[in-house]
Ligand binder design. Structure first.
Ligand code: ADP
Ligand code: MG
Length: 688
């Protein structure tokens, strides 16, 4: 008997290889299968007579198979499978390419459904690669609205549908946590029906109801989690960190530049928060290059001056290393001790020292626990480490990942004083429009750096179509001849290439062999050892590499002011706000910078979308544009930032539902407080 907790290995039809693949998707149990939602549907419910089929339409027909055979294509490269399907009105040919096994699955005279697109012309129409299934009352792949799932390489839609179908009866065991009253008031279907119909909807209306219900539950849960975080914070105490005016002024003087008004304002809001005996919970939003680090440094300095420890968490080791260097410079007027702690590397430095000192992890942990280290900089992995602080006063999270109640608890337990909660500052270049941020993160205070430092030129952005590549390459060569450096960003092409190994390596090989054979090119992707990554980054920093080929994941936060040219391959695969973040990477000095958007796409929509970037340099506007065009799924490359990992089905464009669920959350808090106990606490901090 299956139960929700049955491991996938024990489900009929799941072999070892499939199990590995499912686990890669995060599907471990039968229950997980149920929560693996389709991302779209093919509507094959339109059952037609063969004679009525029209070229170009997507339809399903029911008939008998005749003349089924495999043959080799004339180029002998591929097996082609053909057959005719006949019903009482007529006959139509079906052709599959490279699927010879079909002749084993189907036989002449079988009664089957074919679903797919009708190709050809009026005189010779045929189904190309149709889905097929033997006739029954309970189809999964044809003759219905068919779910299309996110996959990983080597896993097919058919396999997933087959497995999900087996797990589906278990939905009856999943209790809806919504009270009847809320379900009624908002005209929702119950959870069991929703989960069943999200996968195999009886019809379009049922599918829509299922989507609405699941979005509703998800958003409601998010609001309730936010409520819990706020409540938790209101009931928590923190150590007030007094504002040290004189020293702060000294640090500002030492910056080497004048703070912008926006930086000043944000720093002030943060410092005021930190003086309170309630933990700060603030999000600092600011475009790439707007100077968030300097603002963060002022907060850190004031924490240290209060004899409290601070921690800065960065999303990658590279960024952590860069922060280690920047903070060391910025904090010079405050005599203090900084440590870098990542899985691959540990070192410490006194602001009065010249060179950092390598140190063992064990030793470093001891120094932190003894309060000898004032600022620890590391990756998210740090939270999972056995770090114990003596008195942690401030936590800063750069390029924030959602930080929930669980993480706060974990940090509080390590903070050296379980009675107090450290102040928390999250920083992001992700421009979430203000109103949206306030609704969806009702528990956060918001500071926005809405101007760039003066003198920054706008990155000259060009859309480069395939025939103009050479010109662009020549331009880049020329910049490099003048001593500049460049970045080449490659998108992840396949779901399975999460670390970008394939994408970046192929590009690297192409550029080194053909295009820029006379230049020094470096390669950076997620699978390199931290040490190698660092070597590559150092070389790039020191100008020993002309070009750096990297993936979208690795490069976040690279800060090399001498780099002023960027190529983004297959730019159409990214959201506008994300592209904007990328080009900010080469706009770190007062020199003119250039961003080339390469695209192979000729789709008018993509081109128009990319062209917005040419004239617009406002991250917030671009984010709103993304929101309009592509929905929140791709706003800011949500996967990359981890910002909305808690939303599986709802989108930030569901503005009405977001508001509706906000109201429902108040009802729950007032009338059904017991439900709050069951809400799973938010917060998945993703280590690298
Ligand atoms: P981000 O907000 O993307 O984290 P950084 O803090 O890394 O930006 O700052 C980007 C660059 O701009 C750094 O080299 C920093 O020294 C510089 N910078 C920051 N603030 C100012 C300012 N007010 N004037 C001039 N340069 C600044
Ligand atoms: Mg930054």
């Amino acid at each position: 008997m299956l139960s929700l907790n049955t491991p996938i290995e024990n489900i009929g039809g799941v072999g070892k290889t499939v199990a590995v693949k499912l686990k890669r998707l995060g599907v471990f149990t039968a229950g997980d299968l149920i929560y693996w939602y389709p991302f779209r549907y093919d509507d094959f419910s339109n059952l037609k007579k063969i004679d009525d089929l029209e070229v170009g339409e997507v339809a399903t027909v029911k008939g008998k198979i005749e003349l089924l055979e495999n043959r080799r294509s004339y180029k002998k490269k591929m097996i082609i499978t053909e057959c005719f399907l006949t019903d009482e009105s007529g006959s139509i040919k079906a052709i599959w390419f490279g699927q010879p096994f079909i002749t084993k699955l189907l036989q002449n005279n079988d009664e089957v459904y074919f679903s797919g697109k009708v190709e050809g012309d009026l005189f010779d129409s045929y189904f190309k690669n149709p889905s097929y299934e033997k006739v029954s009352n309970d189809t999964a792949h044809t003759a219905r609205i068919v779910p299309i799932y996110p996959l990983t390489v080597g896993l097919t839609q058919k396999q997933l549908r087959f497995l999900i179908k087996q797990a589906l009866p278990l939905v009856k065991q999943i209790a809806d946590w919504l009270p009847e009253k809320v379900i009624k008031n908002h005209q929702l279907i119950n959870l069991t029906d929703a989960l069943a119909n999200i996968h195999f909807p009886g019809n379009k209306q049922k599918m829509e109801q299922a989507v609405r219900k699941l979005k509703f539950n998800e958003l409601l849960q998010l609001h309730l989690q936010n409520y819990l975080i706020s409540k938790d914070l209101k009931e928590s105490i923190s150590t007030p960190l007094e504002f040290h005016e004189k020293k702060t002024k000294e640090i500002v003087k030492n910056l080497g530049f004048t703070l912008t008004d926006a930086q000043r304002k944000c720093a002030w809001q943060i410092l005021l928060d930190m003086e309170k005996p309630r933990p700060m919970n603030r999000l600092l939003e600011g475009d790439v290059g707007s100077g968030k680090t300097a603002v963060a440094a002022l907060a850190v300095a004031n924490c240290i001056l209060n004899k409290s420890q601070a921690v800065v968490l960065a999303p990658t080791e590279i960024l952590a290393s860069q922060h280690f260097q920047s903070f060391r410079e910025l904090l010079k007027p405050v005599e203090c001790c900084l440590a870098l702690l990542t899985s691959g590397k540990q070192m410490i430095i006194n602001t009065t020292d010249e060179e950092p000192e390598k140190i063992s992890k064990a030793k470093l942990l001891k120094l932190i626990a003894a309060g000898e280290i004032d600022l620890v900089i590391g990756t998210h992995a740090l939270i999972q480490e056995k770090v114990e602080f003596k008195n942690l006063g401030l936590v800063i999270i750069d390029e924030q990942h959602r930080f929930g109640v669980d993480q706060r608890k974990a940090i509080r337990e390590k903070s050296g004083d379980a009675a107090t909660t450290p102040h928390l500052l999250s920083m992001t270049a992700t421009p979430i429009p203000r109103t949206l941020a306030l609704t969806i993160y009702g528990n956060l205070d918001l500071s926005i750096i809405d101007e760039l430092p003066p003198g920054r030129k706008k990155p000259e952005t060009k859309l480069v179509e395939p025939q103009q590549r050479k010109q662009a390459y020549d331009f880049i060569k020329n910049q490099i001849k003048q001593g500049r450096q460049g970045l080449v960003i490659c998108p992840l092409i396949e779901e399975s290439d999460k670390l970008g190994v394939k994408a970046a390596t192929e590009e690297y090989q192409k550029l080194s062999a053909e295009v820029f054979s006379d230049l020094k090119i470096g390669l950076l992707h997620g699978k390199l050892k931290p040490k190698v990554k660092e070597e590559v980054m150092n070389k790039f920093h020191q100008g020993k590499l002309d070009l750096l080929v990297t993936t979208s994941v690795v490069e976040v936060g690279v800060n090399v002011p001498n780099a002023n040219v960027m190529i983004i391959e297959s730019a159409e695969r990214f959201g506008l706000a994300q592209l904007h973040q990328f080009r900010g990477r080469v706009n770190r000095s007062s020199r003119q910078s250039y961003c080339f958007l390469f695209t192979e796409s000729s789709a008018e929509k993509s081109i128009r979308r990319l062209k917005t970037l040419v004239g617009c340099f406002d991250g917030f506007k671009l984010a709103e544009e993304d929101l309009k065009i592509r929905g929140s799924g791709n706003l800011i490359g949500s996967k990359q930032t981890g910002f909305f990992t808690t939303l599986k089905i709802a989108k930030l464009t569901d503005v009405e539902l977001i508001e509706e669920t906000k109201k429902a959350s108040q009802i729950i808090v007032e009338e059904f407080p017991e439900i709050l106990e069951t809400i799973k606490l938010a917060g998945d901090v993703h280590p690298e």
